[in-house]
Every structure is written in C-alpha cells, then in structure tokens.
Design a protein around this ligand. Structure first.
Ligand SMILES: *[C@@H]1O[C@H](CO)[C@@H](O)[C@H](O)[C@H]1NC(C)=O
Ligand SMILES: *[C@@H]1O[C@H](CO)[C@@H](O)[C@H](O)[C@H]1NC(C)=O
Ligand SMILES: *[C@@H]1O[C@H](CO)[C@@H](O)[C@H](O)[C@H]1NC(C)=O
Ligand SMILES: *[C@@H]1O[C@H](CO)[C@@H](O)[C@H](O)[C@H]1NC(C)=O
Length: 308
C-alpha cells in the first residue's frame, strides 16, 4: 500500500515537473544578447553597442562598425579601436595621424584626445598613458605660468621625451633642443599624463603634433622602439551596475531610452524600466506554479507518511 502511494505520488510529481519545465524555459526566450555584435574580430558587448539603444547611455553614439573596422567617435575625431579589454575595462585606440617611433606627423593633423564633458566620467586615458606633445609654440598654454621654472613635462610610467628622442623618426626631424627649464625656448617634445591637462587639443595647445604610448603594467619597456603606441583608454560605469546585471539575469539586453538618458531592459517584444520579470510576477507566473507543485508534492508526502 505504502509503495503504491509512493509510486503514485512520485509519478504525479514527475509529470508536473516535466510540464512546468518547458514553461520556465519559455519565460526567458532567445532574445538574450540581442545587443551583442561583432565588428571584424572584435566583440561589442555591454556597456558598448553599435546599434542605437544598445549598451549604457554613457557610451551612446560612440562606436561604429565601418567596413569591419570598429571606429570610436568623440569630439576630437575618429579613432580605430584595436582592442576592447572587458576584464581591465580598457580600449586601445589608433589615430593614423599620431606620431610614433618611425614617423613624426606635424601640421596639426593628429586628433589628440578630447571628449565632451558629459562623457568624461565614462571615458578617460589610463594613468599609464603618456601623451608626448611635439612642436608646441612658446606661447602654448602648456608653458604658461612656468617662466624660468620647471616645465610641466615629465615622464609617465618611465616613458618620456628623453627616451622618445632616441627614435629613428627624430633623425629625420633634425637637431633638437632638449631643455627641461623654460627660458632656452620650449622643448620640442613635452610629455604629460592626461590628467595634467584633461584635454589633448592640439589647436588650443598650439602643438603641431603628438604621440601617445602606454605601458601595460607591470611590463615596462625602456626602449622607445618597443613601446606600445596608441591611446589606452579606460571606461567606467560611474553609476551602479546592478541594473544591467539584473536585466541580463532575467534574459534581457541592456540599453537606454530614446532620450539616451535612462537605462532600459529590452525583453524582446517589450521594454522594462527594471527587468524582464517585473510584469510577469503576477499569481500565474512560473514561480508560483513551481511553488504550487512543491507544496502539492510535500502535501502528498505528508499524506503518504501519515498513512504508513
Ligand atoms: C584581430 O585581428 C588583428 C589583425 O587584423 C590582430 O592583430 C589582432 O590581434 C586580432 N585581435 C584579436 C582579439 O583576435
Ligand atoms: C525598446 O528600447 C529600444 C532602445 O531604446 C528601442 O530601440 C525599441 O524600439 C524599444 N522597443 C519597444 C517595444 O518599445
Ligand atoms: C580645440 O580648441 C579650439 C581652440 O580653442 C576650439 O575651437 C576647438 O573646438 C577645440 N576642439 C575640441 C575638440 O574641443
Ligand atoms: C625621464 O627619464 C629619463 C631616463 O629614462 C631621464 O633621463 C629624464 O631625466 C627623465 N625626465 C624627467 C623630466 O624626469
């Protein structure tokens, strides 16, 4: 008698569980990662997006995939994105008009690096990135306020102009004046970290060109020919990230509203201001289904145990 009851109970339980599982699977349909995209061999994922409405609002209208090249567009210009490092939260950018060890590009052709004030909490060159400003006029704001004193120029992560002058590119430019004290005329190259001036605007700084290099700590390379040339930028989500985590956990894709201000959770056919479970949590939702079944099963077990 007891084993028969047990058989009945477990059969009913199995049937109920099997009938509820597909329902659960359908609750979070395959609209997961509708915002993930690929450009060349780069994966574009949260907080970035190449489709309007995808990603975090702080990175809206930032990345564009053009002929399999991922381009980053900010107020100072367009850069090619060479890498997105999601674990270190960094991007590596390339500006074709940036000087490097092989060539020096003058004539104000380089972009420098300037972001709109609204975007600056989200995107900034890393502190190990050195900007080397080349051919700046003596009237440059860089040298103002320092007459007869030491220049703001300094080494950043062991990278600086003294070493950079050793590059083949400088042999083409010709003899240089190397001075760290203003008075003998400005140096032809002045290295600064980004936070010292907050905007690398070549026009405003009256510098004809620039170079940028970064070191991936703890690796420090002393030969300028082996520095990594490019702009290493870190991204941050200054507000909390709980919204997107919860959204993705419920099968949604993280995006933002048409005004580009508020985050939205895209749940396939509808958008939520919280997550994809928010309106389905009524009494006939799958969670309460499961609760009903477990309750029913426990009741059966108790009845069966009582009968024994
Ligand atoms: C992507 O391709 C480029 C060459 O086109 C290569 O240098 C780079 O390492 C590749 N990046 C990844 C993440 O595979
Ligand atoms: C959801 O939001 C995205 C991004 O703003 C938008 O493109 C899409 O049209 C919205 N979908 C619905 C159903 O409102
Ligand atoms: C750079 O500075 C110039 C002169 O001050 C200004 O006209 C220009 O808008 C600035 N560029 C950026 C990208 O901020
Ligand atoms: C930068 O480092 C070099 C050695 O790599 C040194 O000769 C130079 O004086 C340093 N410059 C400054 C401004 O500290």
């Amino acid at each position: 008698m007891a084993s028969f009851l047990f058989f009945i109970t477990s059969t009913i339980f199995t049937i109920l569980v099997q009938s509820v599982l597909p329902v659960q699977a359908q609750t979070y349909p395959i609209h997961v990662k509708t915002c993930r995209s690929y450009c060349g061999n780069l994966t574009v994922d949260y907080p970035f997006g190449t489709r309007p409405g995808c990603g975090h609002p702080g990175f809206r209208e930032l990345l564009f995939c053009i002929n399999d090249f991922l381009m980053l567009h900010i107020s100072s210009g367009s850069y090619r994105v060479l890498d997105i490092d999601y674990s270190y939260r960094a991007l590596t950018l390339h500006d074709p008009h940036m000087s490097n060890c092989e060539s020096i590009v003058l004539g104000y052709r380089g972009n420098g690096f300037v972001v709109d004030p609204w975007r600056s909490p989200y995107l900034n060159p890393v502190q190990d990135n050195v900007f080397m400003l080349i051919g700046c006029s003596s009237g440059s704001p860089l040298f103002q306020g320092f007459p007869g004193k030491h220049l703001p120029c300094r080494n950043v992560s062991s990278m600086g102009c003294e070493d950079y002058y050793g590059c083949p590119a400088w042999k083409v430019i010709g003899p240089k004046r190397v001075g760290s004290v203003y008075g003998a005329g400005p140096p032809e190259c002045c290295a600064v970290p980004f936070e010292a001036i907050k905007a690398i605007n070549l026009t405003k700084l009256e510098c004809q060109g620039y170079s940028s290099a970064y070191s991936l700590a703890p690796v420090q390379v002393d030969a300028p020919g082996r520095w990594a040339y490019g702009i290493r930028v870190e991204y941050s989500l200054s507000d909390n990230e709980a919204f997107c985590k919860t959204c993705e956990a419920t099968g949604g894709s993280c995006g933002y509203d048409i005004e580009g201000v508020h985050e939205v959770c895209m749940c396939g056919s509808w958008n939520s201001t919280s997550n994809c479970d928010s309106v389905h949590s009524s009494s006939n939702g799958p969670t309460s289904h499961l609760v009903d079944i477990i309750e029913g099963f426990l009741t059966s077990v108790i009845v069966w145990m009582t009968l024994c």
